[in-house]
Ligand binder design. Sequence first.
Ligand code: ZN
Length: 72
Amino acid sequence: MTAPRRTGPPPPPNLVLTITPAVDWRLDWCHACKAWTRATGSTFLLTPDGVATVSTWSWCEVCDAPGEAHRD
Ligand SMILES: [Zn+2]
């Protein structure tokens, strides 16, 4: 008895990289506000070769809030 054989085209080679964008962030210390109001994060890509960091950013909810200038 022979096993049934599949017919049809073979699966395509894995030429397309699987790239998954991801963002990781945490609260950070803002020296201007002297408070934990700054969000610092990294945007990176998950590829078959590993993780590639694309950019980093930071944003303070007080300093960078529109319409609310922070002064010492
Ligand atoms: Zn701030």
